[in-house]
Every structure is written in structure tokens, then in C-alpha cells.
Design a protein around this ligand. Sequence first.
Ligand code: NDP
Length: 451
Amino acid sequence: MNFDYDLFVIGGGSGGVRAARVAASEIGAKVALAEEDRYGGTCVIRGCVPKKLMVYASEFRKNLEDASAFGWSAEHDGFNWQKFRKKLHLELDRLENVYRELLRKAGVDTYDQRAKLLDSHTVLVGEKKFTARIILIATGGRPFRPDIPGIENALVSDDIFNLKSLPKSIAIIGGGYIACEMASIMNGFGVDTKLIYRGDQILRGFDKDIRDHIAEEMTKSGISLSLNEDITEINANAKGLELIYSDRKTENFDEILVATGRIPNSDDLGLENLGIQIGSMGQIVVDDYSRSCIESVYAIGDVTDRSNLTPIAIREAMSFIETVFRDAPEKLDYRFIPTAVFTAPEIGTVGLTEEEASQFAPLEIYTTKFKSMRDGFAGRQDRVFMKLVVEERNQKVLGCHFVSPFAGELVQLAAIAVTMGATKLDFDKTIAVHPTIAEELVTMRKPTRRA
Ligand code: NDP
């Protein structure tokens, strides 16, 4: 059968663009991509990139506060959100164009429209039908809003980058990546910030010591952290937004942000008609090679709800290319996924938490907590925390966790060692780089405890 395209990609985010570009430019396939919104997807337009730029902007407060301790006299008029936002959006426009250009140069046909599947080889784009040998769905996800009265008054993370002005006060609901990062950013901008989480400690799934330490540091930095709280209603009134808790107490804020997870964009893609299996969270169910139960239909990235991180979507795209176009089926190894949470200070983590590792092996736990040279000099009380989870029997480093300035950068390098299967002795043999924060990683001599 002759198809219009070898590959039709639905979704122009990190995963979709990578797959389309590589299939066209490296394989020489005839490729089309449809995107109904902006190119670059969540990461570039309303996620990682604008968030990280906001992290940088928010960090200046600490640097300006500490400048005099280092001999500088720094006069400033405070943070100008409108000025920053204008520059931020210019940068996002530039990046979106980069993505469009990448596709154009690779020879991918792009359609700035919504697409849906009509059958296992046919895609409907607006009024037009196209056939393709392979269809790849990379439509990402969107913020989830809990079903409570007045939730429409709350912001979700997508809205943060478009705020007309910064609120004086904000309540952030949730205790995951986005809630914690946004709490640190808003606090850094000088917004009165309250983080409200339903459980015992924020960042469920991370190592317990890391969760406790970051909660302490965030509280020290001025964030009001409220645990074991459920909200039941949000009312708009003359004073702003009224938050009603499950015990009926109320509190007013200028803005409320709900950061209660994300759900896959799998609606209205025609998947049900084809009998494509959809999971309980709306995710497209795929096998280890990203193939759905229909042979010609694949899915990658957040729409599959495996590990919702940009580098994973990109890796899934590359494995998809190997499997489908290079005849070299490739499964992605999800065991060692380094990740960072851009709180202040940052969290960096790779491998197993103590709680996970202790399920299957006796452990040695190495921890260190200290004040960095910079923060000590500036008279700050901030503390760095580092932890190694080591399997006692073979001395393998199973997990490496940091709460520290630049933890995202540190963990990228530590992840090489942990992924390679480094032992504690390998860490001990490594010469320290002095004076740095990271040197403590190779100078923890005695286990703090066994587990
Ligand atoms: P997360 O899954 O990280 O966290 C969701 C939070 O919302 C949890 O604390 C959860 O609580 C809470 N929650 C869920 N439902 C409700 C509810 N009905 N009422 C109250 N609280 C609720 O999601 P995020 O939205 O923070 O981020 C989405 C994903 O995006 C992340 O998991 C990550 O994969 C990715 N991401 C990665 C970043 C990075 O790499 N730096 C940055 C931002 C996002 P509980 O724990 O009790 O279930």
C-alpha cells in the first residue's frame, strides 16, 4: 500500500519534534507533524524553560541581600515582573521559532492544526485526510484540577507565565515538583507564599531525609508550609480569593495555584474508535517499545504517563526511531533517571531512596549536613544535605541525593557514576575538588547508620 507519509506525528513538543526531525533528516523518511498549539510543547512554552528562567530571576533576591557581606553596595528598586515577563516571552517566541526551523530544515511537513486518528493508518487534519505507515502520538499532558467548588478561580502552572502582575500573597496547593518549585520562585520574588499539602511531608516518592531537609530549608527561606491540610472550596470575594479548608477554617489570598499533578492529553484523538487501550489516568497504554495495541500506532512522552520528564520523552523518541526505522528494537532503561527539583535550594537525585533500597538489601547510609562557604560568609543559616545509599554486601552506590545550590548540575555528573554501577570505594578513590560543595560527596568516610 502507498501512504502519503512514512510517519505522521501528532504533537510538536520535545518528543514529537525529536522523532519527526530524526526520522526525516537521518532516516530520509517522509514525515508530517501536526500541532494545534505552539511548537516546543510543555517544556519550552509552559514548563521547564520559562520555569528555569523564573528560577534564575527569583535567585537574585538572595544574591542582592548577600552582596554587602561580600563588600558590594547594591542599590535596587526591587523586582519588576512586567519587565521580566516581556523578556521571557520574547525568549519563548525565539525558541518556538528554533523548533519550527528544525522541522523545516529537516524537511518535515507541518500542519498547525489539531489532528485525530480515523483508522490505524489515517489521520484527519482539519478537513484533510492523510495516510501514514506509522502514526506517533506525542500529545503530552495538561494540569489536573481537583473537582472542588470554585476551582475555576485558581491558577494552574500554565497561567503563571502570563500573570499581568505579581500577587502580594499566594496559596499553592500540592506537594510535588511544580508546587515546591513555584513556592520557591514566588517566595524569591517577595510574594507572601503558603504551600498547602494534604500529606505528612512534601515530595512523596523522594528520599525521606531529602524531604525533611528541603521542607526545613524552604520554611527557613520564608515559605509558610502547611501539612495535612485538605481544601474543600475556593470563593472569589471582594478581598480576593477565600480558601476553605476541610475543618471549615478560611484564609484569604490574592491568588491560588493548584499544582495537583498532570493528566495525559488523550481525549478526542479518535483512539476509542480504534480500540486503543487507555489507562485509568487517561494514558495511552504502550509496550516496552512504545507501541500501542495497534501495530502501526505508537505513543511517547507524557501522554503515556511513564516518567513525565522532557529527557525521557526525547529518549523514548530515539528508541522509537531505532525500533521502527533502524530495525534495532530498543527498550528504554527507566532504572536510573536523574532528576532535579528547582526549589531554593535545589534537589538533585538519582537511583534508589533509602526506603526503596531497604526493601531488598542491608544498607550503609552516608549523610552530611553543612553550611557552604558562601552562605557561612554571608551569615546565612542555609544548610547543604547530601546522602549516599550504599548496598552493604557489594558496596554499590544505589542512590545519591542532594539538597544544595546547583544540585541539578551536581546530580547530572553523579548520575554517570551511579548508572555505571560505581562502588563507595570508587567515590572514596576520587580526588576532591577543593573548595567546592561537591567535594563532600567523595569525603564521607564512615556510614552515619546502617539500614
Ligand atoms: P506531582 O505528581 O509531582 O505532584 C502532584 C501533587 O499534587 C502531589 O503532592 C499530590 O499529593 C498532590 N495532589 C494530587 N491530587 C490532589 C488533590 N486532589 N488534592 C490535593 N492534592 C493533590 O505533579 P506536579 O503537578 O507537581 O508535576 C507534574 C509532573 O511534571 C511531575 O511529576 C514531573 O514528572 C514533571 N515535572 C518535572 C519537573 C522537573 O523535572 N524539575 C518540574 C515540574 C514538573 P500526593 O503526593 O499526596 O499524591
